[in-house]
Design a protein around this ligand. Structure first.
Ligand SMILES: CSC[C@H]1O[C@H](OP(=O)(O)O)[C@H](O)[C@@H]1O
Ligand SMILES: Nc1ncnc2[nH]cnc12
Length: 306
């Protein structure tokens, strides 16, 4: 049976699924939306799921069939499309390599920092082409969302599975994995985990004034460890083993986010106006390109003129 392609209520919370998490078991979609944005179409149709009566958007980062390489993910379209539905909070899952002995494959990590090792080949900003804005990115994730995920650690099952709080994610370009020299260098920098997807997603979420937290699931020890070097089969094996925990964790996190007490957090009141302010102070009205402004107004429909 085909799903409706419209949904008439705002959706405030989204989950982005990554490698090995192209869907969340246990949720029946009630709509499948395909918004187009000034930055093109998102990676996949956006499914609307229901959690205790609250609509949740779900987007598969690499496409329905994992056909998009990390550098091909249309991150601007993904973030803009979610925001256009009303989304203000994103919980983003990612399969990561561990750069620290104590972060074992199957463990979860809620990072609080990122080191950018992408190579500038991915479109990474909404603010260009005749409109300039510089948003703060000192703390790339949302502390309020991080606290909620921490609170839900007990929802996970399994011997010794740990949820580590804090840590630095290295976001590399890929799609090839790192060399051993790089892996050791990242460890010397204090990296906790490594992936290919945290950026530009997190930067764009900040520009779009969204609350964003990545939840990392460790699948391997990259290639610095005495155990086997990472390969795709290893990542997929651990992701399959871990998808039940991802489901438990996301269920518990959504339970928390749906509580009335968390409504300001979910609506990202803490970020409201930050990016629009960053644009306002840079490009003078007479210098703003009309086409660039149309794109900005897609993101921020109420964007002032002067
Ligand atoms: C198949 S291993 C590399 C791949 O896995 C991660 O994907 P995601 O972050 O979407 O879960 C990593 O970032 C790479 O894209
Ligand atoms: N070792 C690794 N490097 C980069 N991305 C990954 N995703 C999962 N494992 C990874």
């Amino acid at each position: 049976m085909s799903l409706p392609n419209t949904f008439d209520r705002p959706v405030h919370i989204a989950v982005i699924g990554g490698t090995g998490l192209g869907k969340i078991d246990g949720y029946m979609p009630i709509a499948s939306l395909t918004p187009t944005t000034p930055w093109g179409a998102p990676s996949s149709p956006i499914l609307i799921l229901e959690h205790g009566g609250v609509p949740i958007a779900f987007l598969a980062r690499h496409g329905l069939h994992h056909q998009l390489a990390p550098h091909e993910v249309p991150a601007r379209a993904n973030i803009a499309a979610l925001r256009s539905l009303g989304v203000r909070t994103i919980i983003a899952f990612s399969a990561v390599g561990s750069l620290q002995e104590e972060i074992k494959p199957m463990d979860f990590v809620i990072p609080d920092q990122i080191i950018d090792r992408t190579k500038g080949i991915r479109p990474f900003t909404f603010f260009e082409g005749g409109v300039v804005g510089h948003v703060g990115f000192a703390d790339p994730f949302d502390a309020g969302l991080s606290a909620i995920v921490q609170k839900c650690a007990d929802s996970m099952k399994g011997d010794g599975v740990v949820l580590h709080t804090g840590g630095t994610i290295i976001c590399m370009e890929g799609p090839q994995f790192s060399t051993r020299a790089e892996s050791n260098m990242y460890r010397s920098w204090g990296g906790s985990v490594i992936n290919m997807s945290a950026l530009p997603e997190a930067k764009l979420a900040r520009e779009a004034e969204l609350a964003y937290q990545m939840i990392c699931m460790a699948t391997d020890y990259d290639c610095w460890h005495t155990t086997e070097d990472v390969d795709v089969a290893m990542v997929m094996k651990y992701m399959a083993a871990n998808s039940q925990n991802a489901k438990h964790l996301v269920g518990a996190v959504l339970d928390e986010l749906c509580k009335q007490d968390n409504s300001d957090l979910v609506l990202a009141k803490q970020w409201e106006g930050s990016a629009q302010g960053a644009v306002k102070f840079m490009t003078k009205p007479e210098g703003r390109d009309p086409e660039a402004m149309k794109r900005i107004k897609y993101l921020f429909p109420g964007f002032w003129e002067n």
